[in-house]
Design a protein around this ligand. Structure first.
Ligand SMILES: [Zn+2]
Length: 252
């Protein structure tokens, strides 16, 4: 199974630009597309943590990248992740660039994060898409794990500063190209975002102040996330269900 996470991806950008996103269009046609209306806050660290632990934020207790002035690490989260479970059961698994902590977490993968795991500038965000794709292809071609999970984080950071601008669609195209390279390697696929995005002034939750040292904030998180599945026989309604979909598929 291949799970591709797209931090902050929203139908509000994909649908009006679908003709420019041929790989997303293709997999939507081959599989099923839907919207996840988050019950939990559209808050990246806790949503990604829920997705791969199968627990709600109340249950896993991980809410932010920093707690009491300290960077939160994997060891601070007292939950078993899907990769821990699969590995324990002898099913090969790798996870690349999973942003529930900073720098993003890797499991059974050696990966040097771009810009120390906090890429912000557009060149750094582009580099991240390229490096993650390069590593992902190496894994899919040579290691061929049963389960491979990879997340692209660039759209989240770019959407905060460039919501409503053409450059955002250019980045969706870059991510679409990356998806096009990965999807031929698997027949069972989940593509999912941790939350959507919208205009800053319409955002039901503000994760950043209106201006930051990098400039004006134009967009913020929205509680409607995207889901595309192909050959997944498990209904995914909330982020936690990704864990159960994988668990169910491998009978662990
Ligand atoms: Zn996010």
């Amino acid at each position: 199974m291949l799970v591709i996470g797209l931090d902050a991806a929203t139908w509000d950008v994909i649908k009006p630009n679908i003709e420019r996103l041929p790989n997303i269009k293709k997999i939507m046609n081959e599989g099923k597309a839907s919207t996840i209306s988050l019950k939990q806050k559209p808050w990246s660290p806790s949503v990604w943590c829920s997705m791969f632990t199968g627990k709600t934020p109340e249950e896993h207790g991980h809410h932010d990248y920093v707690k009491d002035g300290e960077i939160v690490g994997r060891e601070d989260i007292h939950s078993e992740f899907i990769w821990d479970l699969l590995d324990r059961k002898g099913i090969s698994v790798k996870a690349l660039n999973i942003p529930f902590i900073v720098p993003p977490y890797n499991y059974n993968v050696d990966f040097e994060p771009v810009a120390n795991g906090v890429p912000v500038e557009t060149e750094e965000l582009l580099e991240e898409i390229e490096k993650v794709t390069e590593k992902a292809l190496e894994i899919l071609k040579h290691d061929k794990p049963e389960v491979f999970i990879v997340v692209y984080t660039a759209l989240d950071k770019l959407s905060h500063h460039h919501w409503g601008e053409p450059i955002l669609v250019d980045f969706y195209r870059k991510v679409d190209e990356a998806i096009g390279k990965l999807i031929p390697y698997d027949q069972e696929i989940i593509i999912i975002s941790d939350h959507g995005f919208c205009d800053y002034h319409k955002a039901p939750i503000r994760t950043l102040p209106p201006t930051t040292p990098k400039g004006e904030i134009k967009g913020d998180h929205h509680p409607e996330a995207i889901l595309i599945t192909k050959n997944i026989n498990y209904e995914i309604r909330q982020p936690e269900d990704v864990y159960y979909a994988i668990q169910n598929r491998y009978g662990v």
